[in-house]
Design a protein around this ligand. Sequence first.
Ligand code: HEM
Length: 425
Amino acid sequence: MSTRAARARAACDELLLDEEFLADPYPVYAAWREDGPLHWSEAFFGGAWVLTRHADVDAMLRDTTRFSARRTGGWVMQTADVRQEFQDFQQLFARAMLFLDAPDHGRIRGVLNAGFRADLLQRWIPTIERRVDAILDAVDAASGFDFVEVLARPLPAEVMALLMGIPAADSATFIGWSDELSAFIGSPSPSLAQARRARHSLLGMARYFEGLAAMPQRIDPEGLMGRLLQAEAEGGIHCGAELLSQCAMLLFAGHETTRNLLGNGLRALLAEPGAWQRLRREPALLPGAVREVLRFDSPVQYTGRRAAAEMVVHGQRIARGDLVIALIGSANRDPARYEQPDRLDIGRRGCGLLSFGAGPHVCIGAALSLMEAEIVFGRLLERFPRLAAAEGPARWNGNPVYRGLSTLLVKQGAQVAQRATESCM
Ligand code: HEM
């Protein structure tokens, strides 16, 4: 093994939870990518293959013959010697469609797809705009505010409640549950304590949904939960764990990731000289800019699959059952796919980003989160044309998969106030 390869592999084993790596994983990804398209690393769940390049990550996520989405077993078994203790957790966790193959995956996805139709999503635009405005009305932008705390954290949870058709007032409760699940799923080697907290949260979510199901008057029949209940009554969704698992996974997947898109995205836009001002001048660039920040600093950095058969990839033998990691964060910065990949270019065309995955498991909520981000950044641009990052380091959430900020201090730059004063004189 070359020194460089040894260093890259050592880095892989040691750095995933290192503060410096979490603040900026991209130089390490670049070293892995240059070193080769496929590495073995002990860092992920006790040992996994890691694909680093765009073409391979894309192909792997589309290849349902050679790669299976069923991968939860090792997660729990590795973290808990006491398998018995986690049986109820595993029953729910493993049934989420994210972790299922055909035909079960297609059956459940078919039910949920109907709830993500463009016309249904669009009817939420005025409600989301009003909520964003209400939040921004309450901030003191000249003194500065924590964008993650006041907006990026609560808003996506409230929107998920709308979409699910459940009481919005409950969103604060499930943010806590969801944070614990995220810490567990995001950990490359979860501790028993983390697994126990995740179990507690997932069971809490399940009990919550069970309680709601018993009070149908509290559920919007057009929302995702109403659709799942209807499908259950018609036999399209198997009762009990299968239904509760989808509800819990949707809540979790829907707000954690969008929170990080908003936080990482705003940070990137404010850090790139001239980008905020250019978006002000050319608002038509906004949809492309949202996709570019997703590429540049993806809220989901990697996902995994299990090899469904023995195979040889890039000269290496992958055994049946081996875990293979699709390193999305690296694929999005692959110079073979993107010119100047480390540069945020809001005018970039043909993004082809992998942040939402690819193939049959491609994110079902992609359109919703793009819509939400366009509304939020659009309102910020209109109301705070001189928005800038405030003094102080950004604080990262410490999660190598669900990469995001726990704090992002911003404020309206002084220049506007100065100009306003000048024009009054
Ligand atoms: C910026 C925001 C988001 C990002 C970056 C993101 C990312 C992803 C990725 C990478 C996958 C594929 C994982 C894999 O193949 O293993 C995925 C799947 C999924 N996402 Fe998202 N997501 C986001 C927002 C949402 C929202 C808003 C929802 C729900 C409303 C959602 C629900 C799901 C679900 C249910 C799946 C599983 C789909 C399936 O297995 O067929 N996501 N997401």
